[in-house]
Design a protein around this ligand. Structure first.
Ligand code: PPS
Length: 327
């Protein structure tokens, strides 16, 4: 007799096989066009389970990102803000002994296996629960949009996001010996929106629009702005979450300490981030590459610059969302 979980897996597999598919850069290798986004096969079962079985709590905090937009950094910062009162000193911070992806996980990953046990352990997590997700806003489970849970979104200029994704894909275990595409081929796919959880413009606009209409529900950040004025934007996160960290006196020191601990160089240098794998396919060290704005200039030809600039203009025009990419 088939177990309920086997049945579920079969249903998800059948559904996945019926969808349009494309070869992806990584985590797959295939992408399936599901609910208007390209879902990596690696996550497919987890996405279905997330949508069907996850129950959001009003106190939940979600970090939503398009891959390679600043997820790791946002996880580190928000973990420290949310758990500010749990750890008495900085010496015993879990961030010193665990990678941010081990501290903040996504339901689409957690629920991809052992569904019933995972649902139970999620319901037993101490509050506020902190999660991440790569799902576009339109694909989030209703329980998230209907509850009072909060969502922090970070996006990054599409030029650097693409380069970061490309570099990362060449180092993923499953494709490291032979990347599926050349840089140019991957770029074409990216321009057509065919990347994991893409199209990237829909991903950005979904959360951006929601942050305008429901600013108490969704806070939208940009990687570049967070880099250029980290204090200001970390304070925005603190306020958005109604965190008890005050912004004066000792609170200022706490915010400075949080920012320092999450600095790119500091995190890259931590022993815990130098070896080992996340999800058994991505080496921890590869989540910390350059951490710079504008590295794309070392990769793009003039025609690529023109092409992507035009797409950005077309897709984002009128939304109020823009990126300074040529400064
Ligand atoms: S993932 O795989 O989606 O979680 O990747 P993500 O973390 O979103 O993006 C990886 C890029 O973020 C850079 N990074 C950082 N920048 C600033 N500060 C900190 N602490 C930080 N940690 C990671 C990382 O280097 C990747 O950018 P690139 O341009 O590839 O260096």
């Amino acid at each position: 007799m088939a177990l309920a979980s086997d049945k579920q897996t079969n249903e998800a597999n059948e559904l996945m096989l019926s969808l349009p598919k494309e070869m992806g850069l990584n985590a797959g290798p295939y992408l399936h066009l599901f609910q208007d986004f390209w879902c990596p096969s690696f996550y497919f079962q987890g996405v279905i389970n997330f949508q069907k079985h996850f129950h959001a709590k009003d106190s939940d905090v979600f970090l939503a990102t398009f891959p390679k937009s600043g997820t790791t950094w946002l996880k580190a910062l928000t973990f420290l803000i949310v758990n500010h009162q749990r750890f008495s000193s900085f010496e015993n911070q879990p961030l010193l002994s665990s990678n941010p992806h081990e501290l903040v996980s996504s339901p689409e990953f957690i629920l991809s296996h052992d569904l019933h046990d995972q649902i139970l352990s999620l319901s037993n997590m101490s509050e506020p629960r902190l999660f991440s997700t790569h799902l576009p806003f339109s694909a989030l489970p209703k329980t998230m949009t209907e509850s009072k849970c909060k969502i922090i979104y970070i996006c990054r200029n599409p030029f650097d996001t693409f380069v970061s994704a490309w570099e990362f894909s060449t180092k993923i275990k499953s494709v490291s010996s032979s990347p599926a595409f050349t840089f140019e081929e991957a770029f074409e796919k990216y321009c057509n929106g065919i990347t994991g959880f893409g199209p990237w413009w829909n991903h950005m606009l979904g959360y951006w629009n929601e942050s305008i209409t429901k600013p108490d529900k969704v806070l939208s950040l940009k990687y570049e702005e967070l880099k250029e004025d980290t204090v200001f934007h970390v304070k925005r996160i603190v306020e958005f979450l109604d965190s008890p960290i005050t912004q004066e006196g000792e609170g200022t020191t706490a915010i400075e300490n949080i920012i320092n601990l999450c600095r790119f160089e500091k995190m890259k240098d931590l022993g815990v981030n130098k070896s080992g794998y996340i999800h058994n396919i991505a080496e921890k060290k590869n989540f910390f590459r350059k951490g710079k704005i504008g590295d794309w200039k070392n990769y793009f030809s003039p025609s690529m610059i023109e092409k992507l600039s035009t797409i950005i203009e077309e897709k984002l025009s009128g939304s109020g969302l823009s990126f300074k990419v040529h400064s």
